[in-house]
Write a protein that binds this ligand. Structure first.
Ligand code: HEC
Length: 92
């Protein structure tokens, strides 16, 4: 029983972390990226350039550098998670 409760607790905690990360990613995206990405056209186009989670993360980092957003690695990760959940759906 104790184990069950602990497992449940661990699962719900990690779900919370994922949810936080995604909403933080949305916030960062709205702050730094929305001016050029008002529509998700680049993320949903057929010939999109990012074909995997790691490529997406690289591109998030590059776009961040390009716009001088000085994102920390965990922020790049959050934005990547957000875009992946919303549009790309790549396996990590
Ligand atoms: C100054 C305008 C501008 C800003 C600001 C900007 N981007 Fe972009 N982004 C672009 C353009 C233009 C492209 C398409 C380039 C191409 O066709 O390869 C692009 C492409 C992308 C792609 C790749 C789309 C694909 O093909 O899969 C991602 C991901 C992306 N941007 C993420 C971001 C993120 C995250 C931010 C904020 C940190 C951001 N962008 C800010 C202009 C911008």
């Amino acid at each position: 029983m104790k184990f069950f409760i602990l497992t449940l607790l661990a699962v719900s905690l990690s779900l919370n972390v994922v949810a936080d990360e995604v909403s933080n990613g949305a916030e960062l995206f709205n702050k730094n990226c929305i001016k050029c990405h008002q529509t998700p056209a680049n993320f949903t186009r057929k010939n999109k350039k990012t074909k995997s989670y790691s490529a997406l993360k690289k591109r998030v980092k590059q776009c961040g550098l390009m716009v001088g957003a000085s994102l920390f690695d965990d922020e790049v990760e959050s934005i990547t998670n957000y875009l992946n959940q919303q549009y790309y759906h790549y396996a990590k």
